[in-house]
Design a protein around this ligand. Structure first.
Ligand SMILES: CC(C)(COP(=O)(O)OP(=O)(O)OC[C@H]1O[C@@H](n2cnc3c(N)ncnc32)[C@H](O)[C@@H]1OP(=O)(O)O)[C@@H](O)C(=O)NCCC(=O)NCCS
Length: 170
């Protein structure tokens, strides 16, 4: 019998996962997974999903999702003018995304991002856009590969309309 490739799956973070074994190299992101993510899930302020290989409780990577909103003024005119004149529109925030340093450069970041896109798209509660706060320019470059664009006020908040995400999965 030949050895099969490890199965990769995504799960909601739980006590079964070895959070201490996860090392992204970004202390704030490692600390969040170890100390804060579980509380955020319990308090319903963010969901945290981990990517796992079968037989290994140490996450390959993780992301968080929560509800947020975007000021209409943060959207380019071309998009804003097609929306009702509400001051804000609902959105989905991916607050954090990290891949363990030992698993970078193998498509895991993309897999996590597409998983988050798909999860946000499947949500029955309306959300106009998918939003991220890139932690630095390197992260912003990664996101810009996937149609995320800066909000009008600049900074590192990026977004992509959910309608664009729907086209990716069409
Ligand atoms: C950003 C991060 C999630 C990417 O994860 P990864 O598993 O290395 O990325 P992937 O292997 O899925 O890369 C997918 C594609 O994006 C490219 N890419 C990866 N990082 C990139 C970057 N910083 N800028 C531009 N492109 C990048 C890859 O070359 C690859 O392109 P290819 O398919 O043409 O080869 C990871 O580097 C990370 O955890 N960084 C530290 C935390 C962080 O910055 N989080 C992000 C936001 S807060």
């Amino acid at each position: 019998m030949s050895a099969s490739a490890p199965t990769i799956r995504t799960e909601l973070l739980s006590d079964r996962h070895d959070r201490n074994g996860f090392v992204s190299g970004v202390e704030a992101l490692d600390k969040y997974l170890r100390q804060q993510a579980g509380q955020d899930i319990r308090r319903r302020v963010a969901s945290c999903f981990v990517l796992l290989a079968s037989g290994n409780p140490v996450p390959i990577g993780y992301y968080t999702l929560a509800a947020t909103s975007l000021d209409l003024a943060e959207l380019p005119d071309a998009l804003a003018k097609r929306l009702p004149r509400y001051p804000r529109v609902p959105a989905t925030l991916m607050g954090r995304l990290a891949v363990d340093a030992r698993h970078r450069g193998r498509g895991n970041g993309e897999l996590l991002l597409f998983g988050a896109f798909s999860r946000a798209l499947r949500n029955e509660i309306a959300s106009y856009a998918f939003v991220v706060d890139a932690k630095d320019e390197t992260a912003a470059r990664f996101y810009s590969r996937y149609r995320l664009m800066p909000v009008v006020s600049g900074g590192r908040r990026l977004f992509v309309p959910m309608a664009e995400i729907a086209k990716i999965f069409a």
